[in-house]
Design a binder for this molecule. Structure first.
Ligand SMILES: Cc1cc2nc3c(=O)[nH]c(=O)nc-3n(C[C@H](O)[C@H](O)[C@H](O)COP(=O)(O)OP(=O)(O)OC[C@H]3O[C@@H](n4cnc5c(N)ncnc54)[C@H](O)[C@@H]3O)c2cc1C
Length: 508
């Protein structure tokens, strides 16, 4: 990386003007993980890149995931061995080189209790063993991801104190990768792309795409104009069909609940409870940063127009609580749910019977209009999706560029072998954490933004100065995840607004 990774209102203004004048090699549409990945892949090959995002980085599905960096076990269950291997390999790259600072090994616990039938226990144990084979094949050492093992009931209860101890016959423990936050991965990839010269322009919506550019609208100035590029990639996820008439989407909604970690006794492992009667679908209670546990997830057809932000439904919330409660000593109540969020899976309509059957492998296609659409896949496999999309764009536009470099390219903030961080700020920013605190200009930079919310005032300022946040909501909902709990949002809002305003004024 030779350029600056700083994204902010001043850089946006300057680069928007340049983008309107100069033809880029590649125009990327969409600032989720896929679009950010495409921008980084192309810029790191030396191509000139402009990325336009209608709202904010990570505005779409990418911030509503389960935040797992999967080893591909799910694909094995459907017999898709090559996608499973690809997922395990991408997990390996992410955890060992690309973003080790943002990902931790997460212990996953399947209890041998009445909530899990004998068949579910056997299938779960075999599944974890197969998942471990994928780890071995990908070359991921046990020091990065421990192998699965049986544990005693006492150990299981220590790890998940809320577990029902009655007729608990131990558990099986496995490990997978867990992101500190999905939106932070998107921001880190976008900033890394910016450091390679990519122009990352938020609040710019593509109205129409063609082979050599797009008609776009700048939401801040209200102006509409053309951007020219030798090739164009549509990475708009669940909205891809709006720009490419040949694509028919079949979105499925996945809902998660946010709970206080102490409601589950501050677990150190993710509790896994199978859906009643199923050996392939589960409800997970995943320990998170900021003293939370996230419980997910559902898979519900979401027909009709795609909303800007999907809403969880009450039956989904009840289903998640009821399924999890089967494994708990004291059932969780509805009033203990602190927040809920939903994301839409960008699945392509293949005519399958249910969305659970639709392929999760990614699609790279060239539209009739001559631009590339890249779609589907997973957060985990974003790098590979990006590589495939850029290869295709290079080939159709005869661009001159070498092969992808991103397989061994650390993101901004990456630390080669991070020790388990003592402060959550280290998990969120890796090598940048110290500098964020040391260089902040706001008062009391190390102080938390509100009592009980472990996000420092310096991070709010950094979001505006270096991470492209333009509004208070950008900070609350996408640079930090304070906004996932309404009560926290209300408590932090005014202080965040003051810091955002000061930082924007200083930049102006
Ligand atoms: C509930 C759920 C849980 C998941 N959990 C996991 C997980 O644990 N691990 C994992 O690996 N994967 C997971 N996934 C999958 C993963 O989250 C998605 O595959 C991925 O985030 C899709 O990213 P994207 O960039 O393609 O789409 P998005 O993140 O939706 O990005 C598309 C962007 O395009 C922008 N846009 C739209 N139209 C325009 C336009 N006209 N002009 C400019 N910009 C536009 C949008 O504002 C948006 O920001 C999960 C998915 C869901 C739904």
């Amino acid at each position: 990386m030779t350029g600056s990774p700083m994204l902010n209102a001043v850089r946006r203004r300057h680069e928007l003007a340049l983008a309107a004048e100069q033809e880029a090699d590649l125009l990327v549409v969409g600032g989720g993980i896929t679009g950010a990945g495409v921008a980084l892949d192309a810029a790191s090959r030396g191509l000139s890149v402009v990325l336009v995002e209608a709202e904010d980085l990570a505005f779409g599905t990418s911030r509503f995931s389960s935040k797992l960096v999967h080893g591909g076990l799910r694909y094995l269950a459907t017999g898709d061995v090559s996608t499973a291997r690809e997922s395990a390999l991408e997990r390996h790259r992410l955890m060992t080189c690309i973003a080790p600072h943002l990902i931790r090994p997460m212990a996953q616990l399947l209890p041998f209790s009445p909530a899990v039938s004998l068949r579910q226990r056997a299938t779960g144990a075999v599944g974890f063993a197969l998942g471990d084979l994928l780890r071995v094949r990908a070359g991921t050492p046990r020091s990065t991801l421990p192998a699965p093992r049986p544990i005693r009931a006492r150990t299981a209860l220590d790890m998940v104190p809320a577990l029902d101890p009655r007729r608990l016959r131990g558990a099986v423990l496995a490990a997978d990768g867990q992101l500190v936050d999905d939106a932070r991965l998107v921001v880190a990839v976008a900033r890394s792309a910016a450091a390679h010269g990519a122009r990352i322009l938020t609040r710019v919506r593509a109205l129409e795409l063609h082979r050599s550019g797009a008609r776009v609208a700048d939401a801040l100035s209200g102006e509409t104009f053309d951007l020219r590029a030798k090739a164009v990639v549509n990475a708009t996820g669940v909205w891809a069909g709006d720009l490419d008439g040949a694509i028919r989407m079949r979105p499925s909604r996945g809902t998660h609940l946010v709970l206080d970690a102490d409601a589950l006794g501050d677990p150190t492992a993710a509790l896994t409870i199978p859906h009643p009667g199923s050996v392939s679908r589960f409800v997970f209670a995943l320990p998170q940063q900021l003293g939370r546990v996230v419980v997910g997830l559902t898979d519900e057809e979401a027909p009709g127009p795609v909303p800007p932000v999907a809403s969880p439904t009450e039956p989904e919330i009840r289903f998640l609580l009821e399924t999890l409660n089967r494994g708990l000593r004291t059932p969780l109540r509805r009033d203990q749910v602190r927040g809920a969020f939903a994301g839409l899976r960008p699945l392509v309509d293949t005519g399958a019977a249910t969305t659970a059957d639709v392929s999760r492998r990614h699609l790279v296609a060239v539209s009739d209009g001559g631009f590339v659409t890249v779609l589907g896949g997973k957060l985990t496999t974003y790098r590979r999706m990006a590589e495939d999309a850029v290869d295709r764009a290079i080939s159709i536009a005869s661009l001159s560029a070498g092969p992808s470099r991103t397989g061994t390219l650390p993101l901004i903030g990456a630390i080669a072998a991070p020790t388990p961080p003592a402060r959550t700020i280290d998990w969120r920013y890796g090598a940048e954490a110290g500098r964020i605190l040391a260089r902040a200009r706001c008062a009391d930079p190390a102080q938390h933004i509100a009592p009980g919310i472990e996000v420092t005032r310096a991070e709010i300022e950094f979001a505006v100065r270096a991470e492209g946040a333009l509004t208070v909501d950008d900070v609350l909902d996408r640079r930090t995840r304070i906004g996932l709990v309404d009560e926290d949002r209300a408590r932090a809002h005014d202080e965040v607004a003051v810091i955002v305003e000061e930082a924007l004024a200083e930049l102006a």
